[in-house]
Design a binder for this molecule. Structure first.
Ligand SMILES: Nc1ncnc2c1ncn2[C@@H]1O[C@H](COP(=O)(O)OP(=O)(O)OP(=O)(O)O)[C@@H](O)[C@H]1O
Ligand SMILES: [Mg+2]
Length: 306
């Protein structure tokens, strides 16, 4: 986003020096109008197997992006087992269930978290919410429309597996970020998610984060295995590896102290890996105009056209 804006400013500057003040003013106006078109990026953090580190990734990635000056909103979409607020050490009075029941607006339930991140908490153990119906999801999207100008990144912390909600949030986002660990069951389940999203729902582009790797090589092997199997059995699926996060006992300490690892131990290898990851995500190109927030809001059409 920023790169694009910088390029536009540079184009305006070059035109100023080459074609005189009048057209330069027009070019500058064009550039700033185009800058206004930069839209929030939306990523769903998802996995096949549970407990592989989605919430950890979501919280720490959000903090790294926020420390780079980005406005980040996390949507806790793990509607059955919500816990992103717990990771940040927050106790929220209201949550997504109040929005869906129409008792609160989305803005009312957003809680400020440490580091400048903002969170939309979900209710834990709310069965009704876990089985959100199409109307509930539509209502939610309508509420998101008002937030577009306030955020640069929307990170969606999804539940594990391939429930209707998980599929929905993944398709609404710019691209799913799949978290997998080197455990064979995690790799198999990550493949299952990619298979369902691509074969049954037309998703083509996936990002991968390998978590809890003993070393870089082990992480690469997870990526290569997934690539090999999907190249062989799935049609035109693209998987890009965004990074490998090491296993680190300090992660558990940070969870116990309810303070994300990048805040508690910013110099730890896993925290540095999170910084690199956030830079890579910050540098990802938007691939077409349907991506990012407009695509997310257009997720409503996923429901309306069915
Ligand atoms: N890099 C790591 N090093 C050490 N332990 C880790 C690491 N990543 C995750 N863990 C452990 O795995 C646990 C589960 O992480 P997390 O809650 O983020 O997973 P999840 O995918 O969000 O789970 P769920 O599917 O239940 O939502 C953490 O509480 C932590 O103990
Ligand atoms: Mg989680």
């Amino acid at each position: 986003m920023e790169d694009q804006a910088a390029t536009l400013r540079e184009m305006a500057r070059q035109r100023f020096t080459s074609v005189g003040a009048e057209s330069a003013a027009t070019a500058a106006a064009e550039a700033s109008a185009l800058e206004g078109l930069s839209v929030p990026r939306v990523f769903t953090i998802t996995s096949g197997k549970g407990g592989v580190g989605k919430t950890l990734v979501c919280a720490n990635l959000a903090l790294c992006l926020a420390s780079a000056g980005k406005r980040v909103l996390i949507l806790d979409a793990d509607l059955g087992l919500a816990n992103i607020d717990v990771v940040f050490g927050l106790d929220s009075e209201f949550d997504l269930s109040h929005v869906i029941k129409g008792e609160k607006s989305l803005c009312d339930v957003i809680v400020p978290a440490p580091g400048g991140v903002r969170i939309i908490p979900a209710a834990s153990g709310d069965e009704e919410l876990a089985n959100l119906d199409d109307n509930g999801r539509l209502n939610l999207f309508a509420q998101f429309e008002a937030l577009e100008a306030e955020i640069d990144y929307l990170l969606i912390d999804s539940a594990a597996g391939i429930s209707k909600n998980v599929i929905f949030f993944n398709l609404a986002a710019q691209a799913p970020i799949i978290v997998a660990t080197p455990e064979p069951t995690s790799i198999t389940d990550a493949y299952a998610v990619i298979k369902v999203l691509s074969q049954d729902h037309g998703a083509r582009h996936f990002y991968l984060i390998v978590n809890r790797a003993r070393n870089e090589k082990e992480g690469r092997e997870v990526y290569e295995t997934l690539l090999r199997v999907s190249d062989r059995f799935l049609k035109s699926v693209m998987i890009e590896c965004l990074g490998v996060l090491p296993e680190d006992t300090r992660v558990n300490r940070s969870i116990r102290s309810r303070k994300p690892i990048v805040m508690l131990e910013p110099a730890a290898p896993v925290s540095r890996a999170f910084q690199e990851l956030s830079q890579r995500i910050g540098g990802l190109p938007a691939r077409d105009t349907n991506e990012g927030y407009p695509g997310f809001l257009r997720g409503r059409s996923l429901l309306q056209t069915r």
